[in-house]
Design a protein around this ligand. Structure first.
Ligand SMILES: [Zn+2]
Length: 379
């Protein structure tokens, strides 16, 4: 199967993170089995999604992991000109959800499995779920691979990088905060505790932390923006203008640069709640509360220049451009588990998560050349 045919098949599975990815995993499992390769599945707790990994070639050390995520971001509210789940070619571009982020890379790797017959060192294919909602699936995949496969020489995470090598990415901590106040008529502000107004104070506090990092972090460190960022993205609260609000909930995240000034935003946030806001809120109503839960926690990827994965990717591409990126990927998780890791994949992050997402035929070809060279090198 050609890489573009494989891509057409993968894009046809609408693996938005909120939905199951099992039909795609079934397909990959069958495809690998037809090629004499047994894959291992690792299900989520409720059995609706799965990671999959497979070793092609001998079970020896020094192999290469090709890592991709099977899930894609939603299309809701986006003005697409074509069916996002049907690969559509227009001139030199292939349109569809997940084409660049990142079914293109996975499609190339899978389509080349029949050519991996004479490997001396193994290629391990790893496909995760729930990457797009905080890299939630990869930890159990990586843990099991760490236990089951002989130590590989390199992990290549095929996120779209235009085949440049990415050596560092930011980390991510995401949270949900629920503020519980006390209802009263809005004319009686002395009798109620406004969840909305207190949430606003917290969000303002977050915004000030963001400014603090912006001003206190040295610039020109390769990241754009150059600092750890703090951001609230969703707020729900209140019932009516004339009711002091009882509930307000908001989602926020901290995206940390590696080795930056310690960004203990969560513990400082809790201190602000416990020392400043809650005493005032509870002086009006004892039941007032602020609860924060963690939704995701992804380590940053640190730049390590003495890195066999970086050297391998640069040898294969002949391209020594190195970059650092602000988005989060599974590379930091692989690195934290002790695998030499690099990000290198076809397509541009500029098209990721967009309506009319595409990958160019040229990028698909460059990705194919890259993996063909890798197969030759390991055979
Ligand atoms: Zn991605």
């Amino acid at each position: 199967m050609k890489p573009t045919e494989m891509l057409k098949t993968l894009v046809g599975f609408p693996t938005v993170s909120k939905d199951t990815n099992l039909p795609l995993i079934d397909f990959v499992d069958d495809w690998l089995r037809e090629n004499g390769v047994e894959a291992v599945r690792i299900l989520n707790d409720v059995g609706t999604k799965a990671n999959l990994y497979a070793t092609i070639g001998p079970m020896v050390e020094g192999g290469v992991v090709l890592s991709g995520h099977s899930d894609v971001v939603p299309i809701d509210g986006q003005p697409w000109d074509t069916d996002p789940f049907e690969l559509t070619q227009n001139e030199d571009k292939l349109y569809g959800r997940g084409t660049c982020d990142m079914k293109g890379f996975s499609a190339i790797a899978l389509s080349l499995v029949p050519e991996m017959k004479f490997l001396r060192k193994p290629i391990h294919i790893a496909l995760s779920y729930d990457e797009e909602i905080g890299c939630l699936g990869a930890p159990r995949l990586i843990k099991q691979m760490k236990e089951q496969i002989p130590q590989p020489a390199a992990v290549i995470v095929g996120e779209p990088s235009m085949m440049d090598t990415v050596t560092a990415h930011k980390g991510l901590s995401a949270f949900r905060t629920v503020v519980t106040g006390y209802e009263a008529h809005s004319s009686q502000t002395h009798r109620g505790v406004s969840a909305v107004m207190n949430a606003a104070r917290l969000i303002n506090w977050l915004s000030e932390r963001d400014s603090h990092f912006k001003d206190s972090t040295p610039i020109n460190n390769g990241f754009s923006p150059h600092h750890t960022t703090v951001h609230a993205g969703v707020v729900h609260g209140g019932t009516a203008l004339n009711i002091i609000s009882r509930k307000c909930e908001f989602l926020w995240d901290v995206r940390t640069i590696p080795d930056g000034p310690a960004a203990n935003v969560y513990s400082e946030f809790q201190e602000y709640c416990n020392d400043i806001l809650l005493p005032t809120m509870r002086s009006v109503h004892k039941g007032a509360d602020i609860q924060t839960t963690a939704l995701a926690d992804v380590p940053p990827m640190r730049e390590i220049l003495d890195n066999p994965a970086l050297k391998l990717a640069q040898d294969l591409t002949g391209n020594t451009v190195r970059s650092r990126v602000a988005y989060v990927a599974e590379a930091g998780q692989f690195q934290e588990a002790g695998f030499p890791t690099v990000i290198c994949g076809p397509g541009s992050i500029d098209q990721a998560h967009q309506p009319n997402e595409f990958i160019s035929i040229n990028q698909m070809e460059q990705g194919e050349q890259f993996l063909r060279k890798l197969i030759r090198r390991l055979s």
